[in-house]
Ligand binder design. Sequence first.
Ligand code: CTP
Length: 216
Amino acid sequence: MKFVITAGPTREPIDPIRFLSNRSSGKMGYAIAAAAIEANHEVVLISGPVNPPPPAGAKLVRVITSDEMHEAVQAAVRDCDVLVMCAAVSDYKPARVAEQKIKKRNEKFSLELIPARDILKSLPQSRNFFVVGFAAETNDVEEHARAKLATKNCDMMVANDLSDPNIGMESDENAVTIFSRGGESAKISRASKKTVARELVKIICANAKKVLTKKF
Ligand code: CTP
Protein backbone atom coordinates (compact mmCIF):
# COMPACT_ATOMS: atom_id res chain seq x y z
CA MET A 1 0.00 0.00 0.00
CA LYS A 2 1.07 3.60 -0.43
CA PHE A 3 1.07 5.54 2.84
CA VAL A 4 1.15 9.32 3.20
CA ILE A 5 2.17 10.16 6.77
CA THR A 6 2.39 13.64 8.28
CA ALA A 7 4.56 14.27 11.33
CA GLY A 8 5.81 16.99 13.63
CA PRO A 9 4.55 20.50 14.29
CA THR A 10 3.92 23.34 11.88
CA ARG A 11 5.29 26.85 12.38
CA GLU A 12 3.26 29.96 11.70
CA PRO A 13 5.46 33.02 11.19
CA ILE A 14 4.85 36.21 13.16
CA ASP A 15 7.77 38.23 11.78
CA PRO A 16 11.12 37.26 10.16
CA ILE A 17 12.49 35.74 13.38
CA ARG A 18 9.45 34.58 15.37
CA PHE A 19 6.78 31.95 14.97
CA LEU A 20 3.89 30.15 16.73
CA SER A 21 4.31 26.41 17.12
CA ASN A 22 3.81 23.49 19.54
CA ARG A 23 5.78 20.79 21.35
CA SER A 24 5.32 17.99 18.82
CA SER A 25 8.62 16.09 18.36
CA GLY A 26 7.59 14.13 15.26
CA LYS A 27 8.67 10.88 16.97
CA MET A 28 5.29 9.13 16.63
CA GLY A 29 4.87 10.01 12.93
CA TYR A 30 8.46 9.00 12.15
CA ALA A 31 7.96 5.70 14.01
CA ILE A 32 4.80 5.01 11.97
CA ALA A 33 6.73 5.77 8.77
CA ALA A 34 9.51 3.36 9.83
CA ALA A 35 6.98 0.65 10.76
CA ALA A 36 5.16 1.01 7.42
CA ILE A 37 8.45 0.71 5.50
CA GLU A 38 9.41 -2.33 7.59
CA ALA A 39 6.08 -3.89 6.55
CA ASN A 40 7.01 -3.27 2.87
CA HIS A 41 4.71 -0.34 2.22
CA GLU A 42 5.62 2.73 0.17
CA VAL A 43 5.85 5.87 2.35
CA VAL A 44 5.69 9.59 1.65
CA LEU A 45 6.58 11.36 4.92
CA ILE A 46 5.43 14.99 5.06
CA SER A 47 7.31 16.49 7.97
CA GLY A 48 7.23 19.75 9.86
CA PRO A 49 10.51 21.04 11.32
CA VAL A 50 11.84 18.32 13.65
CA ASN A 51 15.20 16.72 14.41
CA PRO A 52 14.95 12.93 13.99
CA PRO A 53 16.63 11.59 10.85
CA PRO A 54 14.03 10.34 8.38
CA PRO A 55 13.64 6.55 8.14
CA ALA A 56 15.58 5.08 5.21
CA GLY A 57 13.30 4.38 2.30
CA ALA A 58 10.75 7.14 2.98
CA LYS A 59 10.19 9.88 0.43
CA LEU A 60 10.61 12.94 2.64
CA VAL A 61 8.74 16.19 1.94
CA ARG A 62 9.78 18.97 4.30
CA VAL A 63 7.29 21.72 5.12
CA ILE A 64 7.13 24.53 7.65
CA THR A 65 3.70 26.18 7.73
CA SER A 66 0.20 24.67 7.89
CA ASP A 67 -0.45 26.04 4.38
CA GLU A 68 2.63 24.24 3.04
CA MET A 69 1.56 21.03 4.79
CA HIS A 70 -1.94 21.42 3.33
CA GLU A 71 -0.53 21.73 -0.21
CA ALA A 72 1.87 18.81 0.24
CA VAL A 73 -0.95 16.56 1.54
CA GLN A 74 -3.30 17.56 -1.31
CA ALA A 75 -0.61 16.62 -3.86
CA ALA A 76 0.47 13.38 -2.16
CA VAL A 77 -3.02 11.89 -1.59
CA ARG A 78 -3.82 11.91 -5.31
CA ASP A 79 -2.46 8.40 -5.60
CA CYS A 80 -2.29 7.07 -2.03
CA ASP A 81 -4.10 4.27 -0.21
CA VAL A 82 -3.73 5.47 3.39
CA LEU A 83 -3.31 8.96 4.85
CA VAL A 84 -2.10 9.13 8.48
CA MET A 85 -2.43 12.68 9.84
CA CYS A 86 -0.11 12.42 12.82
CA ALA A 87 1.16 16.02 12.54
CA ALA A 88 0.26 18.60 15.17
CA VAL A 89 -0.98 21.20 12.69
CA SER A 90 -1.53 24.73 13.99
CA ASP A 91 -5.15 25.67 14.59
CA TYR A 92 -4.44 29.40 14.26
CA LYS A 93 -1.98 31.62 12.43
CA PRO A 94 -1.21 35.34 12.69
CA ALA A 95 -3.58 37.44 10.58
CA ARG A 96 -0.55 39.33 9.24
CA VAL A 97 3.15 38.49 9.05
CA ALA A 98 5.27 41.56 9.83
CA GLU A 99 7.91 42.16 7.17
CA GLN A 100 10.36 43.50 9.71
CA LYS A 101 11.17 42.42 13.26
CA ILE A 102 8.46 43.64 15.64
CA LYS A 103 10.15 46.04 18.07
CA LYS A 104 9.66 45.88 21.81
CA ARG A 105 7.54 48.61 23.38
CA ASN A 106 6.72 49.15 27.00
CA GLU A 107 2.98 48.49 26.58
CA LYS A 108 0.51 45.65 26.12
CA PHE A 109 0.79 43.78 22.86
CA SER A 110 -1.71 41.44 21.26
CA LEU A 111 -1.47 39.34 18.17
CA GLU A 112 -4.50 38.86 15.94
CA LEU A 113 -4.90 35.19 14.98
CA ILE A 114 -7.07 33.66 12.28
CA PRO A 115 -7.98 29.96 11.88
CA ALA A 116 -5.48 27.91 9.89
CA ARG A 117 -6.89 25.62 7.24
CA ASP A 118 -8.03 22.25 8.63
CA ILE A 119 -6.24 19.72 6.42
CA LEU A 120 -8.47 16.75 7.33
CA LYS A 121 -11.68 18.73 6.89
CA SER A 122 -10.63 19.93 3.46
CA LEU A 123 -10.19 16.40 2.07
CA PRO A 124 -12.84 15.32 -0.46
CA GLN A 125 -15.87 13.61 1.11
CA SER A 126 -15.79 10.88 -1.46
CA ARG A 127 -12.33 9.36 -1.94
CA ASN A 128 -10.58 6.06 -2.47
CA PHE A 129 -8.05 6.19 0.35
CA PHE A 130 -8.29 5.39 4.06
CA VAL A 131 -7.92 8.32 6.48
CA VAL A 132 -6.47 8.07 9.99
CA GLY A 133 -6.60 11.13 12.25
CA PHE A 134 -4.93 11.68 15.61
CA ALA A 135 -6.72 13.30 18.53
CA ALA A 136 -4.53 14.98 21.12
CA GLU A 137 -6.65 15.37 24.26
CA THR A 138 -6.08 16.34 27.87
CA ASN A 139 -9.62 15.47 29.08
CA ASP A 140 -12.76 13.54 28.05
CA VAL A 141 -10.61 11.63 25.58
CA GLU A 142 -13.21 9.22 24.21
CA GLU A 143 -15.93 11.84 23.78
CA HIS A 144 -13.60 14.28 21.98
CA ALA A 145 -11.96 11.60 19.84
CA ARG A 146 -15.31 10.21 18.67
CA ALA A 147 -16.55 13.73 17.89
CA LYS A 148 -13.40 14.40 15.80
CA LEU A 149 -13.80 11.07 13.99
CA ALA A 150 -17.22 12.26 12.79
CA THR A 151 -16.59 15.97 12.17
CA LYS A 152 -13.28 15.38 10.39
CA ASN A 153 -14.75 12.54 8.31
CA CYS A 154 -11.99 10.07 9.22
CA ASP A 155 -12.12 6.28 8.95
CA MET A 156 -10.17 5.91 12.18
CA MET A 157 -9.14 8.23 15.03
CA VAL A 158 -6.12 7.48 17.22
CA ALA A 159 -6.51 9.16 20.59
CA ASN A 160 -3.54 10.27 22.63
CA ASP A 161 -4.24 11.07 26.27
CA LEU A 162 -1.94 14.00 27.02
CA SER A 163 -2.90 14.17 30.71
CA ASP A 164 -0.06 11.73 31.52
CA PRO A 165 3.19 13.71 31.08
CA ASN A 166 5.27 10.50 30.82
CA ILE A 167 3.80 9.45 27.48
CA GLY A 168 2.81 11.10 24.21
CA MET A 169 4.24 14.46 23.19
CA GLU A 170 8.07 14.59 23.23
CA SER A 171 8.26 11.21 25.03
CA ASP A 172 9.70 7.97 23.56
CA GLU A 173 6.64 6.07 24.78
CA ASN A 174 2.96 6.24 23.98
CA ALA A 175 -0.38 4.56 24.71
CA VAL A 176 -3.33 5.08 22.41
CA THR A 177 -6.98 4.18 21.92
CA ILE A 178 -8.24 3.70 18.39
CA PHE A 179 -11.82 4.54 17.45
CA SER A 180 -13.32 3.36 14.17
CA ARG A 181 -16.26 4.57 12.13
CA GLY A 182 -18.32 1.48 12.94
CA GLY A 183 -18.15 2.29 16.66
CA GLU A 184 -15.45 -0.25 17.58
CA SER A 185 -12.46 0.71 19.70
CA ALA A 186 -9.10 -0.89 20.51
CA LYS A 187 -6.33 -0.02 22.94
CA ILE A 188 -2.58 -0.22 22.50
CA SER A 189 -1.14 -0.11 26.00
CA ARG A 190 1.95 1.80 27.04
CA ALA A 191 5.02 0.85 25.01
CA SER A 192 7.83 2.42 23.00
CA LYS A 193 6.61 4.50 20.05
CA LYS A 194 8.31 1.91 17.81
CA THR A 195 6.14 -0.88 19.25
CA VAL A 196 2.97 1.23 19.22
CA ALA A 197 3.70 2.20 15.59
CA ARG A 198 4.13 -1.44 14.47
CA GLU A 199 0.82 -2.38 16.10
CA LEU A 200 -0.91 0.66 14.60
CA VAL A 201 0.31 -0.13 11.08
CA LYS A 202 -1.12 -3.67 11.42
CA ILE A 203 -4.50 -2.35 12.60
CA ILE A 204 -4.60 0.37 9.92
CA CYS A 205 -3.82 -2.11 7.13
CA ALA A 206 -6.41 -4.64 8.29
CA ASN A 207 -9.10 -1.94 8.42
CA ALA A 208 -8.03 -0.18 5.21
CA LYS A 209 -8.29 -3.47 3.29
CA LYS A 210 -11.90 -3.86 4.47
CA VAL A 211 -12.82 -0.36 3.26
CA LEU A 212 -10.77 -0.31 0.04
CA THR A 213 -12.25 -3.57 -1.18
CA LYS A 214 -11.97 -2.67 -4.87
CA LYS A 215 -8.23 -2.04 -4.55
CA PHE A 216 -7.04 -4.93 -2.36
N1 CTP B 1 -5.55 18.67 11.89
C1 CTP B 1 -5.62 19.11 10.58
N2 CTP B 1 -5.54 20.45 10.31
C2 CTP B 1 -5.45 21.35 11.32
C3 CTP B 1 -5.42 20.91 12.68
C4 CTP B 1 -5.47 19.55 12.93
O1 CTP B 1 -5.74 18.29 9.66
N3 CTP B 1 -5.38 22.65 11.03
C5 CTP B 1 -5.60 17.21 12.14
C6 CTP B 1 -4.44 16.66 12.97
O2 CTP B 1 -3.36 16.28 12.15
C7 CTP B 1 -5.08 15.46 13.65
C8 CTP B 1 -6.54 15.88 13.81
O3 CTP B 1 -6.75 16.96 12.91
O4 CTP B 1 -5.05 14.30 12.86
C9 CTP B 1 -6.92 16.31 15.21
O5 CTP B 1 -6.02 17.29 15.67
P1 CTP B 1 -6.16 17.90 17.12
O6 CTP B 1 -5.07 18.90 17.33
O7 CTP B 1 -6.34 16.78 18.11
O8 CTP B 1 -7.58 18.60 17.05
P2 CTP B 1 -8.07 19.98 16.52
O9 CTP B 1 -8.83 19.77 15.26
O10 CTP B 1 -6.91 20.92 16.41
O11 CTP B 1 -9.10 20.42 17.64
P3 CTP B 1 -8.80 20.90 19.17
O12 CTP B 1 -7.48 21.65 19.12
O13 CTP B 1 -9.97 21.77 19.47
O14 CTP B 1 -8.74 19.65 20.02
